[in-house]
Design a protein around this ligand. Structure first.
Ligand code: BGC
Length: 916
């Protein structure tokens, strides 16, 4: 490989990140890891060496010196012990292959409190002698809606109105720096001297509250001043003490804890902590609950409560609560925020007095309501994803009510937004509106965990483009502090099965590394002393912990996925012993290695069910094999051997138990064949039989459709294309009749549906019973969106070489087909942007590839054997930076380094759609 030289060129490190975040405020890592992207336009650009210097003020706390290394991600801090509440500046410079050094690039991070035990502010709660809201009947009246999930025994059906808490204090010196470290059991919104602190929504987020709660760090320096100051918060119920899954709650009432630490210019400091001198009052939010929604009565607003000087003498007392066992930790990932706004596209009036506003996009978040009309007018907003034939919203909320009720305080125009709830919706149904709403009345506010959106896919088939957009919208709508199943009904839970099948797709669309770092902590917090993990994290309060494969296997599959996509070894190291304990439990609880625990099966499959034992055993082999691979990565060779052998034994058991001597796989379902093939559980002879049976089943009884549920559908196209049947995979992908990925798109879907038959044009909505009752019909569920990774990997052609994770070595291998004439994928890796874009021109194919600096790639150009492939107009083998590696299975193979390349193959290639 030869570098192109360019005299005017500058190279250097950009996009500096500490623990995946740009300039994070408040991290608790003792050894944070630094990453950067290299800017360098030359072909084959590599980092030959780097130097990192970390400073606290003028003092150098770590100088790595010049390290001869191409490592540009996860460079671990190795300096003197970091102090809490301290800002560190770090700089990096790099050397290229020619030994030329770059300029320094700089970034910073600030430590938080650095230890769960360092949390020393008391927890406080409103001292309440009023219990009227604890009576569901009264609550019904307040909320003006029937309240379904009330269970007086468990307390699932009620919650308190939002409390306003405040205190005042005086400062007599100039403030140099002030940080508010804030958390709640429940959700908070802080105000300092009348101004809203931060832009988080539903902080501190959803965690396993008995064990762990996150605190946020806010820079409030500019909000304080010498003289009288005031600080206060709205405190809502959210996930902690609202209704969760209609069962028990995590706690009985919301609690607040905060430390406002103020450093003065004279070098002294003071802390204003929550304590029982804080006062509380009810305010306008009469009711607030994640599932049920909110009631905001503007007539009850507490004018001027947040600035100093407010007379709170009539407010109630607070009391402090001791919670010594609770770990209070800095969040590893970005919070929920308002991400974007959506304008209404249509309004209808299906019945007198009932208006339905269409936002044109199914989404999660809430709305802003703008309304003029008499004081005291009560307006109710309800939320729907679909409309019934009479034009009103379809109710698929199960126990949820998802309503936002407001009461006006004046005759003037007022605007309202909820605070501590969210909804999954496309349509807002309005009753009680004074006059006629306009398109300006309702604006959708999209809210989700604020992850960088990074990937893109487009191609010549508009329906497929819409499918991709639907996957991304569904990802946004379900990344709400935890990866949830759906955003509308009374679930919105961190179901682990959904998370592990979707993680790879999710990683293409957004940077999910920090997000899954957080959620894997939630998974860890569900683990019991025997090693058992829950199938849902955080655990549903009051639910029994039982072995539930493959859902709980997410505890092993997700760390591996994050390791592959981001090269993150720490995510494996940090939970290695936990994963081992789970595997050992799974072994002990098995029937001689055959699974015999609980199972959700191949959830929402059609036709025959796949046996729980078969699925559980197949996944047991898979995750044990993954653990053996992790052991290799972490240099634990004995474990690698041991668990590799166990995986082989499970594979043998699988064959004894579920495969006949003639090669039939028990149950003969598409998912059984898919899983057996995907996890490489069959002998070569039986593989052929399974593949033929799978293809036969797709074709004959199902007329070229899949019958797989969540599990099988995540792998079916991979299995087909990896086993020489890319044609069948494309046929399934491009199928437009039900069951298929594109059927919902043809019906106007703007998100991924939970069920293949959620709504069928000829039959209307899915009808069911038991677990599958009519309300179990979400239109915003990402599980069937797992086709996304196949689209990126096989249609666009971007993949990881698993031997060099994190896209250090990239695989570019598009497999054109399905009648497409072009496809383009981009992926923002930890090294920078990867592009794979192909188009057909007549019989030839043009493949444009961009590989980021400091990586290499294997490119497979679909091509007939012996065809003259060019790059940049010259024979590819002679092009600068391109190494020919022969021809293999329908593709000319090249090795390339960083840079942009255009390959052209002038002759027809195997699999050309023009040849079908
Ligand atoms: C959720 C699923 C989840 C499942 C467990 C459902 O109600 O919506 O997505 O995985 O429960 O089977």
């Amino acid at each position: 490989m030869k570098n192109q030289s360019n005299e005017t060129f500058t190279h250097g490190a950009v996009d500096l990140r500490t623990e995946y975040q740009a300039n994070p405020l408040g991290i608790d890592e003792n050894k944070p890891r630094f990453s950067w992207v290299i800017r360098d336009l030359r072909r084959g650009a590599l980092q030959a060496a780097f130097q990192v210097i970390v400073r606290s003020g003028n003092q150098v706390v770590w100088d790595s010196g010049q390290q001869v290394s191409d490592q540009s991600n996860h460079v671990e801090y190795q300096g003197t012990a970091l102090h809490p509440r301290t800002r560190y500046d770090w700089s990096v410079r790099i050397w290229d292959a020619e030994g030329k050094e770059s300029d320094w690039s700089t970034a910073w991070f600030e430590t938080g409190l650095m230890a769960p035990g360092a949390w020393n502010a008391p927890w406080i709660q409103a001292k309440r002698d009023d219990l009227e809201f604890c009576d569901p009947a009264v609550q019904d009246k307040v909320f003006s809606l029937p309240f379904k999930s009330a269970d007086p025994k468990t307390g699932g059906g009620y919650c308190y109105p939002v409390a306003y808490l405040r205190t005042g204090f005086t400062l007599d010196k100039t403030v140099a720096r002030a940080r508010l470290y804030a958390t709640a059991l429940g959700a908070y919104e802080f105000h300092c001297n009348g101004k809203r602190v931060g832009d988080d929504v539903l902080a501190p987020g959803f965690t396993q509250y008995e064990k762990r709660v996150q605190y946020q760090t806010h820079d409030v320096t500019d909000l304080l001043h010498p003289g009288a100051n005031a600080i206060g918060a709205l405190l809502g119920n959210a996930w902690y003490c609202g209704t969760i899954s209609g069962k028990e709650k995590y706690g009985s009432q919301a609690r607040l804890s905060a430390q406002l630490v103020i450093d003065f210019v004279d070098g002294t400091s003071v802390a204003v902590n929550t304590d029982n001198t804080w006062k509380w009052s009810r305010g306008p939010i009469a009711f607030s609950d994640i599932y049920m929604g909110e009631k905001y009565d503007a007539r009850l607003e507490l004018d001027g409560w947040a600035p100093p000087g407010y007379d709170d003498s009539a407010w109630g007392e607070t009391e402090s609560v001791d919670l010594p066992a609770l770990a209070v930790v800095a969040p590893p990932a970005a919070p929920l925020r308002r991400i974007s706004e959506i304008k209404a596209v249509n309004i209808t009036q299906p019945k007198p007095g009932v208006w339905v506003v269409d936002l044109g996009q199914n989404m999660a978040g809430w709305e802003r309501l703008k309304v003029a009309g008499p004081a005291g007018t009560e307006i109710a907003l309800r939320h729907g994803e679909m409309l019934t034939p009479d034009g009103t919203i379809f109710d698929n909320l199960w126990h949820a009510k998802a309503a936002f009720i407001v009461v006006k305080k004046s005759d003037a125009e007022e605007t309202f937004e909820p605070h501590f709830t969210y909804f999954g919706f496309r349509y807002v149904q309005i009753t009680g509106f004074p006059g006629e709403p306009t398109l300006d009345t309702i604006t959708g506010i999209v809210i989700n965990s604020d992850l960088p959106e990074e990937g893109s896919f487009e191609c010549s088939e508009p329906l497929l483009n819409r499918l991709q957009q639907n996957i991304v919208w569904t990802q946004r709508a379900n990344f709400h502090s935890v990866p949830t199943d759906c955003p509308q009904r009374s679930e919105r839970l961190g179901w682990a099965g959904d998370a592990f099948i979707f993680a790879r797709t999710a990683s293409f669309n957004m940077d999910i590394a920090a997000y899954f770092t957080k959620w894997l902590q939630d998974m860890d917090d569900t683990q019991d002393e025997n090693g058992l993990y829950s199938d849902c994290a955080p655990r549903i309060p009051g639910s029994a912990l039982k072995l539930s494969a493959p859902w709980a296997d997410a505890a092993i599959i997700c760390p591996w996925t994050i390791y592959l996509c981001y090269g993150d070894k720490r995510i494996l190291e940090n939970r290695y012993e936990r994963m081992r304990r789970y595997l050992d439990y799974r072994c002990a609880a098995s029937d001689n290695l055959t699974y015999n625990g609980y199972s959700w099966g191949d959830w929402l499959n059609v036709a025959r069910n796949t046996s729980a034992e078969l699925l559980g055993t197949a996944f047991f082999a898979y995750i044990t094999g993954l653990f053996a691979k992790m052991a290799v990565v972490l240099g634990k060779s004995e474990d690698a051997l041991k668990y590799g052998q166990i995986a082989s034994k499970i594979r043998e058991r699988f064959n004894e138990e579920f495969v006949t001597r003639s090669g039939r796989v028990c149950g003969e379902t598409q998912t059984a064949w898919v899983i057996a093939l995907q996890f490489d559980l069959l002998s070569p002879e039986h593989r052929k039989i399974a593949l033929a049976s799978l293809v036969g089943d797709i074709e004959r009884p199902h007329g070229n459709h899949t019958s797989c549920g969540f599990i099988g559908s995540a792998y079916i196209n991979h299995v087909l294309s990896d086993n020489g049947r890319i044609d069948k995979a494309y046929q399934l992908l491009m199928q437009k009749t039900n069951n298929s990925w594109l059927y919902p798109v043809t019906q106007g879907a703007t998100t991924i549906w939970e069920r293949w038959d959620g709504w069928i044009h000829e039959k209307s909505f899915h009808r069911g019973a038991g677990f599958h009752h009519d309300h179990m019909n979400s239109f915003n569920h990402y599980a069937f969106g797992t086709i996304g990774d196949w689209i990126y990997q096989k249609v666009a052609g971007i993949d990881i070489d698993n031997q060099a994770p994190g896209y250090k070595r990239i695989l570019i291998a598009p497999q054109p087909g399905g009648g497409l004439t072009y496809a383009k994928g981009t992926c923002e890796s930890i090294y920078g942007t990867i592009v794979s874009s192909w188009q057909l021109e007549g019989e030839s194919l043009i493949l444009d590839v961009t590989i980021p600096p400091n990586t290499t790639a294997t490119v497979r150009v679909p091509s007939a054997q012996g065809a003259q492939v060019t790059e940049g107009g010259v024979p590819a083998a002679e092009a600068p930076g391109v190494e020919a590696r022969g021809w293999e299975s329908g593709a000319a193979v090249y090795h390339i380094g960083a840079g942009s390349y255009r390959f052209t193959t002038p002759q027809a290639f195997a699999g050309s759609p023009a040849k079908k």
